[in-house]
Design a protein around this ligand. Structure first.
Ligand code: ADP
Length: 368
């Protein structure tokens, strides 16, 4: 449907005829007032609008159509008398017209312009449909994700209680009866205790992973990463000494962030550096920091077993492990790191030249 607005009956008739012959449905108005009424009731995709109308100027009609939210997708093709200046043309387009033709308008040019405008409108409405569908899918995903997070948090949180009961009573059993039953019973007791300890570590890790996704970064204070790393190394002192590793670091920048989460980030990366060292060589881990144009970049590098390039992305997904059997762990350390970094608006990635070549984990945090 095209609304053809022109106060000259003969010209209006000729254009309507041309448009009808080209297969369009046409409605007609001879005044600005009538044009606005018909635009509101018919909501045509395109208005062919003469600038010189007897009551309201065509420019004003165009402005009103374009400012009516119900007619947001209506296109306006303005047609003016030959005497227009380029200022009139600019005025028309500035008032929201989508195209502007000057009399005498060639029939072919008019039809081609109408076709082009309607194609544009179709593309816009297709895009709007796609955007709407995307928005809906996105909302659904966000809701599902929130549900899943609540579920995972509640499940891991509630599992702690029965696990504590199992640990307490097997501890009691161990204290009172170890050595009094036969050797098989003692072994079973040990297995139960090891299983409970492993499960407790897993639940603890899952809770941290969940928590890393919940903290909001709106009001985070400045945090000196050198200090955060110093605290973290204090916590890891025992494991570092035990494995004979050396951990060194350069001065690190100050960032806006959550000190506990950032400490967890260092802890997971350094702990991995300790775990995944080469059998013949003690771990050497070095942490550096530098300012780039818009970010603070931290690098944690080790001389360990390295990671083949095809796994560089995969290892950040939850429960993905490359060295499952040989080292303790559940595959949620790096997933937690990724969550923490994303929570800070940053990015984490690994570079490694492959097996035996060591690895460097990079963290880029935006400067506030
Ligand atoms: P976990 O250590 O519990 O397996 P992570 O999520 O921390 O879980 O790591 C996932 C996997 O990435 C590990 O199983 C290991 O195969 C690999 N990986 C992580 N850090 C290193 C590292 N510094 N050197 C070599 N491999 C690593």
């Amino acid at each position: 449907m095209i609304l053809n607005v022109d106060d000259h009956e003969a010209g209006r008739y000729a254009r309507s005829r041309l448009l009808k012959q080209a297969g369009y449905e046409v409605a007609e108005a001879g005044t600005g007032k009538r044009a606005l009424e018909l635009a509101a009731s018919l909501q045509p995709p395109l208005v062919l609008l003469d600038v010189n109308l007897p009551d309201i100027s065509g420019l004003e009609v165009c402005r009103r159509i374009k400012s009516d939210p119900k007619l947001g997708s209506t296109l306006v093709l303005q047609v003016s008398a030959s005497a227009v200046t380029s200022g009139d043309r600019v005025g028309g387009l500035d008032n929201g017209a989508d195209a502007y033709l000057v009399e005498p308008v060639d029939a072919e040019v008019l039809l081609a312009t109408v076709r082009a405008l309607l194609r544009m409108r179709k593309a816009e409405s297709d895009l709007a449909e796609v955007n709407k569908a995307l928005q809906m899918a996105n909302n659904l995903l966000v809701r599902r994700n929130e549900d899943l997070q609540r579920f995972a948090y509640a499940a891991s949180h509630d599992l702690q209680e029965p696990l504590r009961t199992i640990s307490n009573f097997t501890g009691l059993l161990d204290k009172r009866y170890r050595g009094q039953l036969d050797a098989g019973a003692d072994q079973i007791l040990t297995y139960i205790q090891q299983g409970a300890a492993r499960m407790s570590t897993l639940i603890h890790g899952l809770l941290i992973y969940e928590q890393a996704g919940q903290e909001s970064g709106a009001e985070w204070p400045s945090v000196d990463l050198s200090q955060v790393l110093a605290w973290t190394l204090k916590d890891l002192e025992h494991s570092i000494a035990e494995s004979g590793a050396t951990v060194t670091y350069d001065p690190l920048p100050t960032v806006r962030g959550h000190a506990v989460l950032l400490s967890q980030l260092f802890q997971n990366l350094i702990h991995n550096g300790l775990k995944y060292h080469k059998a013949e060589e003690a771990a050497r881990i070095h942490v550096t920091g530098k300012k780039t144009q818009n970010a603070n970049e931290i690098a944690v590098s080790d001389n360990g077993i390295g990671i083949p390039s095809e796994y560089h992305r995969m290892i950040f997904a939850p429960f993905q492990r490359l060295h499952g059997g040989e080292s303790p762990g559940f595959g949620i350390g790096l997933a937690t790191c990724q969550r923490i970094v994303e929570r800070h608006g940053g990015r984490i990635w690994v570079e490694s030249a492959g097996l035996g070549a060591g690895s460097t984990f990079y963290i880029s945090l935006p400067t506030a």
